[in-house]
Ligand binder design. Structure first.
Ligand code: G6P
Ligand code: MG
Length: 213
């Protein structure tokens, strides 16, 4: 049976996927590049630099590494300005309850977010005490859809990946957790998350007990 639950953050526990989008959109507008919610779907779960590469793929000119570095830093500044002001109100409905339910069942909880801002955001959301481990996105060799971050999260709570449930709202995240060997619960749209083992519409629908035997 399952011994741990590995959570993605942005779009699963918090509405921060919207804030990432707002920050990328601002940058795209400043650069005069087209960017919309549909294209943003491809950025979900993807690292900052890989996201920027997607944003720039239709740019009329190439950008140097130094320019790209500056643009990524600019986007992160926009994002951090937003999350500095975050309070526990930004938790999605049912997120805290989901973590509490895991703890009540004796399950370990870990965070498997690709975001380097995850520790700051977890702190602002006030759910640090409900997390046994936060995997360090900066230490992952490869970002989602590679399995690294979910493997690190499983290792952090000393549970084999096959004994972990994983929750993610992004196609890249579902593939990452799948590749790690977890049982994957996609959170959101069944068409986008087709590779998941199960789908729930949102975190409020997550009942960890129903996966245990
Ligand atoms: C998560 C989000 C992405 C974001 C990535 C990197 O995976 O879903 O939208 O781009 O983290 O976040 P960071 O805070 O490190 O720029
Ligand atoms: Mg996400």
């Amino acid at each position: 049976t399952y011994k741990a639950v590995l959570f993605d953050l942005d779009g699963v526990l918090a509405d921060s996927a919207r804030e990432h989008y707002a920050a990328w959109k601002r940058l795209a507008d400043e650069l005069g590049l087209a960017f919309d919610e549909q294209k943003n779907e491809r950025l979900k779960g993807v690292s900052r630099m890989a996201s920027l590469d997607i944003l720039l793929e239709d740019a009329p000119r190439p950008y140097s590494d130094a320019e790209k570095h500056a643009l990524a830093t600019r986007k992160n500044g926009y994002y951090q300005a937003i999350i500095q002001k975050v309070t526990p109100d930004a938790l999605l409905p049912g997120a805290r309850q989901a973590l509490e339910a895991c703890k009540a069942l004796g399950l370990k909880t870990a965070l498997a977010s690709a975001s380097r801002n995850a520790p700051l955001l977890i702190d602002r959301l006030g759910i640090g005490p409900l997390m046994d481990f936060i995997a360090d996105a900066g230490a992952a060799k490869q970002s989602k859809p590679a399995p690294d971050i979910f493997l690190m999260a499983a290792k952090g709570v000393a549970v084999p990946p096959e004994r972990c449930l994983a929750l993610d709202d992004a196609a890249a995240g579902v593939l990452s957790a799948k590749a790690a060997g977890c049982y994957v619960v996609g959170v959101g749209d069944a068409d986008i998350l087709a590779a998941a083992n199960a789908i729930i519409p949102d975190i409020a629908a997550f009942d960890p007990k129903s996966y245990l035997d």
